[in-house]
Design a binder for this molecule. Structure first.
Ligand code: SF4
Ligand code: SF4
Length: 231
C-alpha cells in the first residue's frame, strides 16, 4: 500500500505534469487573441492604445470573464459530485485538525469577522503538544514536520466520546458536515470521501494550476488591471 509520503510525492509529480500542460494550453489561448501582424511578447511594454496594449487587455478580459468562470463552474461540479459520497464517521478529522494559525490568532480572526475561524474555534481545542497529536496520526504529523515551512498547530474536538464517535453526530455543526470541502486535502483511506478525492484529483489539480498561472499573468500585467473589461 502506498504510504502517505509516497502519495504526496505522487501528487506533486502529477501536479508538475498537469501544470506544464496547462501553461501550454493557456499560452495558446493568449496567442489566439494576438492581433494580426503584432510582434512581441504578451509581457512586453506597449504604447497606450496600441495593438499590443489592446491584446493585453483582451487577455485580462479572457481571464476575468472566461477562464475564471470556467474554473468556478468546474469547481462547483466537483463539489456537487461530492454528494455521491458520505461520511463514515471514522472520526479522524475530529481527532486531528491542522491550522497554520495558533489558537490566539484564530480567536483574533474570529473576532474580526472570519466565519471559518469562528466556527473552528467554537469546535476545536488545541492539543497540548505536538507529541500528543502525534499519537493520533503519527505518519501525517511527521510528514508535515518534514515538509512544511512555518508553524502548524494541531487541534481536536472535545465532543468525541470515549469510543471515538461524535457525541452529537446528528446535530454536528456545518463545518463538520462540509468537511472535506477541498478536493486536494490529504484524507485518510478510512474517510468516506477518499474515493471522491481520488476521482476528482486530476481536474482539481488542473483547476489549481489554472489559478496559479492566471495569477502569474495578472502580476506581470499590473498596470493594465484598471483597464480590463469587467464582467
Ligand atoms: S462536533 Fe462531532 S463531527 Fe464535529 S468535529 Fe466534533 S466530534 Fe467531529
Ligand atoms: S475523516 Fe471523513 S469519514 Fe472520517 S469523520 Fe471525517 S469526514 Fe467522516
Amino acid at each position: 500500500m502506498e504510504d502517505l509520503a509516497e502519495k504526496i510525492t505522487n501528487m506533486r509529480r502529477k501536479y508538475r505534469e498537469i501544470f506544464l500542460t496547462t501553461v501550454d494550453a493557456i499560452k495558446q489561448r493568449v496567442e489566439e487573441l494576438r492581433p494580426e501582424n503584432l510582434k512581441g511578447d504578451i509581457f512586453d511594454t506597449y504604447a497606450k492604445n496600441s495593438d499590443g496594449e489592446k491584446w493585453q487587455i483582451a487577455v485580462l478580459d479572457m481571464f476575468e470573464n472566461d477562464i475564471s468562470h470556467e474554473i468556478y463552474r468546474k469547481w462547483n461540479e466537483i463539489l456537487a459530485f461530492r454528494q455521491n459520497f458520505s461520511c463514515k464517521g471514522c472520526a479522524t478529522c475530529c481527532n486531528l485538525a491542522c491550522s497554520e494559525f495558533s489558537p490566539e490568532q484564530l480567536k483574533e480572526k474570529a473576532k474580526n469577522g472570519d466565519k471559518f475561524a469562528a466556527q473552528f474555534t467554537s469546535i476545536f481545542i488545541p492539543y497540548n503538544s505536538k507529541e500528543e497529536a502525534e499519537k493520533v496520526y503519527p505518519e501525517y504529523i511527521q510528514l508535515l514536520g518534514n515538509n512544511l515551512e512555518g508553524d502548524v498547530y494541531f487541534y481536536h474536538c472535545p465532543r468525541l466520546n470515549d469510543c471515538k464517535r461524535c457525541s452529537d453526530y446528528e446535530n454536528r455543526p456545518q463545518i463538520c458536515r462540509d468537511f472535506p470541502d477541498n478536493p486536494l486535502s490529504i484524507l485518510p483511506e478510512s474517510c468516506g470521501y477518499y474515493e471522491w478525492r481520488l476521482q476528482v484529483e486530476p481536474v482539481a489539480l488542473m483547476l489549481h494550476s489554472m489559478m496559479e498561472i492566471i495569477d502569474y499573468y495578472k502580476q506581470k500585467l499590473p498596470s493594465l488591471e484598471d483597464k480590463k473589461v469587467r464582467g
